[in-house]
Each structure stands twice: as C-alpha cells, then as structure tokens.
Write a protein that binds this ligand. Structure first.
Ligand code: SUG
Length: 447
C-alpha cells in the first residue's frame, strides 16, 4: 500500500549574522569573498523566495531555523572573559578570525546539517538522523549541538524518528552530512540505494587531494550507514576524485546530484566512475539513468564557478524532473548551453530548468542544493512533525515579515563586534522559535 512518501526539502533560514569571513579553506567562493560587506536581510529573503517559488510549483518545502550567533559561549570557552561587550571587544582585538568564526551563519547550508535515511530503507521502519560533526572547520564544528537539538525537536516522535549520536569529532570520522550522500531509487515510494561519497580514507588510504582538504572520510560514511541499519545490499561507497577537491569541489554536491533513478554528474566526480556506476546498478531495482557531463562541455573550473551540479533535482507527479539552478549558470554561456543541449535536450527525465538568485549564499560557496536538507517522509511522518515547519503561504509571509523586522541590510567584518548585534539576534531567534512552535532549542533559552 502506498505510504504517500514525499521528499520534503528543509531549507536553512539564513541567520541575522550572515557575513563574508573567508573561513572555508578549499571553498573558492568563500576564500575569494572574505571581507566583503554582506546583506543578511537580502540573503534571508533570497532563501525564502526560493522556498516560496518551489512551494508554489507544488514541491513540499520545510524550514530549519538558524543557530545562535554570535556564539559567545564558544569565545568564553576559549578564555575570553567579561560581559558580552567585553568578550566581543577582546576577541575583536586579539583574535578577529575567531570572532568571525563564532558569527558565521553557516548553518544555512542544511545539506551539511545531517545525513538522513528514510523509513522505507531502515530496518525498523523509522526515519534516521545523524547530525554531522563538521569537525573540519572551527566555525562549522560549532553547529552540531544545536542542530541535533533542533532536529530532535522537529522530528520528535520516537515512534517515527530515530536520532543517532554525532560521530566523534576527530579527523578519522570527519563528516559533512547529506552533501556527500545521495539516495537513488525508482519512485520516492520505493526503497532506495545509498551512495556515500568520501574524500579520503582515514585508515590506510592513499590518493587523497594534495592542495585542499578532503572533508568526508570513508570511516564516517560507513559509521552512518551502520547507525542507520543499512547493509551492503543498500550502500555504495565511492571516493571523490582528488583532482576535483583540489579544484574547489569541497563536497560531492558541488559535482553531482541525484534524484530518483537519475544521477547527474561531472566526469571528474568519482575516482572510479565505472566502478561507482556498476556498484549502483548491481543494487538498484530500477535502471540507473546516468547523466554525465564531460569536461569538454563544462570544465571543472566552470562547474565550481557556476555550481551547475549544486542544483536541486526535483520530481514532478508526471515523472518528469525540474532542475533548480543558481543564477550564475545562466550568466555563463557554456554552462547555459550545456543545460539546454545536454540536460534538457538529452534522453533523460529532466524537463524544466528554474533559475534562482541565491547570490548572497553563493558568495560563500552555497548554492540551491547546499541550502536544503532532503527528508523523504511518509504522510504519517509529515503529520508527526512538531510545530509549524512545513511552508505554506502564511508561514512564508510570517517569516518574510520577521526578517524585515529584525535583519540588517548591511554587515561588514567590523560590525561583528557590535554588542547590539547580539541583542538583535537573540530577540529575533526567540521570536522565531515561537513562530515555528518548536519550543526552546537555543542555549540562551535553555540556561
Ligand atoms: O562549509 N561556506 C560553507 C559552504 C557550504 C556549502 N554546502 C554544501 N556544498 N553542501 C562551507 O565551506 C563560508 C563561510 C565564510 O567564509 O564566511 C562557509 O562556511
């Protein structure tokens, strides 16, 4: 019997401290734009506009709240003392890079929040979550505690949802969540096969990247599959091509995206392309539809600059698919032509392209797919969600008005030490948890 499974895209609401701090080594956009003045209000509204248009196009859309920033607790743990203004001033003077890190709104990229296994695939028939440890950078390492709390609040009912411990936050188990995980299946109502893409192997691995760090380990991906009860018949582990990481592909979702039976990928996505496809085919109960983009059509450099593969690939009721690309794809002639000729014109279900402006996020290396966590949910599981987290027009309007009320339209690196920003931020977040009806999730609400 059909369980009416739908993929819900939970987009991260951009937080009020969105800024450009140049924090992410190996992420070309972040490295390039560090020091620019950001516009948090525009960033949040761009995110909401994307969510709204996908909701209006008939796709199920959810929201995930941002984190408490600046994270003054993290600064205190590092030895800064005094009242809030004193801690901020001291950090700004002595360690400006740390101040920038504790202000980052990086939780907007919810593709890194967690790895999720739908109930259809899990032996106990529940939806499984592991919040990602994000240990490869300090600013993102600060996320998982609150992320786990938010996920546990929203997906609360233990009859439907299971939450696992964050993996040990050490290089061996370096985990960046769903950005390195793709579920392939026939229809969303059918069991799937899970493709985990890792950048390096902690134990005994060679052939890692030379220039930039590999953020996901095989050991982390294997541990998540184990936690979620997925055995060899449902899992494929593939190494990301080290040359791609060295070209700025810091997550697999910068070079590949899958949906249903379709795997859209660049020829440089996997270290062993043939073996990866064969392993998927051997496990899938429906024919895999690979859509391969060769380097001749789109260079690695253009893939990284435009985020063509950081698109959302979404299923329509008639079996066709919609590709949601960032505006940068339209501005690049070669990439735009490839979209028309190879993707829309090719023998595959991709029938439509939607272009979305998420420039504020893109300047930090976050495209449409980074901004969302996919959670396939049966009707009973959607009903079991806590609060008001599925987008409808009223929630969209409330959130847009909330952003207009609380967000600045300008945030430069020197503004991060402003104690007023702390107050503004906490007031906004307190109101947000009430608006979403998810209860207390932030440290300042729990103390
Ligand atoms: O982890 N950028 C994020 C972008 C994450 C994109 N997510 C996916 N590909 N799924 C990162 O590199 C930059 C923040 C700054 O520099 O201010 C940053 O953290």
């Amino acid at each position: 019997m059909s369980q009416n499974v739908r993929e819900v895209n939970f987009d991260g609401l951009v937080g009020p401290t969105h800024n450009y701090a140049g924090l992410a080594h190996g992420n070309v956009a972040s490295m390039r734009h560090g020091g620019l003045t950001a516009n948090p209000r525009e960033a949040a509204l761009q995110g909401l506009a994307k969510m709204k248009s996908l909701m209006e196009a008939g796709f199920a859309q959810g929201v995930l709240p941002p984190q408490q920033r600046p994270d003054l607790g993290a600064l205190r743990d590092l030895g800064f003392t005094g009242d809030d203004a004193g801690v901020l001033a001291q950090a700004a003077r002595q360690a400006p890079q740390l101040l920038r890190a504790v202000c980052s709104a990086s939780s907007m990229w919810t593709a890194n929040a967690a790895t999720v296994t739908p109930s259809l695939d899990a032996p106990d028939g529940r939806v499984h979550f592991t919040a990602a440890n994000l240990q490869s950078s300090f600013h993102r390492y600060l996320e998982p505690r609150t992320t786990a709390r938010v996920l546990a609040a929203m997906f609360h009912d233990p009859a439907h949802f299971a939450h696992h411990p964050v993996l040990p936050a050490t290089p061996t188990f370096s985990d960046e969540g769903a950005a390195n995980h793709t579920r392939l299946c026939g229809d969303h109502d059918e069991p799937g096969v899970h493709l985990y893409v890792y950048g390096r192997q902690a134990f005994g691995g060679e052939h890692g990247p030379k220039r930039y760090p590999a953020r996901q380990t095989l050991e982390a991906s294997q541990a998540i599959a184990r936690q979620h009860g997925l055995d060899d018949t449902r899992t494929v582990f593939a190494q990301q091509h080290p040359d791609a990481i060295d070209a700025g592909v810091f997550h697999n979702d910068v070079i590949a995206v899958g949906n249903g039976p379709v795997l859209l990928y660049h020829e440089m996505a996997f270290r062993d392309e043939t073996a990866t496809l064969e392993a998927l085919r051997a496990r899938m109960s429906t024919p895999l539809i690979p859509v391969r983009v060769p380097s001749e059509a789109v260079s690695l450099e253009d893939a990284v600059a435009t985020y063509l593969f950081n698109s959302q690939l979404l299923s329509n009721p008639d079996g066709s698919m919609t590709l949601v690309v960032p505006g940068e794809c339209q501005e690049n002639e070669t990439v735009w032509r490839t979209i028309q000729d190879l993707l829309l014109g090719g023998n595959n279900p991709i029938g439509e392209v939607l272009v979305k402006d998420v420039k504020q996020s893109m300047r930090n290396g976050g495209g449409p797919a980074c901004l969302r966590l996919r959670v396939a949910l049966a009707a009973r599981e959607r009903q079991a969600l806590t609060g008001r987290v599925l987008l409808d027009e009223a929630l969209h309007d409330d959130l847009a008005a909330w952003v207009e009320r609380h967000y600045r339209d300008r945030l430069a690196p020197e503004d991060l030490a402003d104690p007023l920003l702390v107050r503004e931020s906490l007031t906004a977040l307190d109101e947000l948890t009430q608006l979403l009806g998810i209860g207390a999730v932030y440290p300042f609400q729990l103390n």
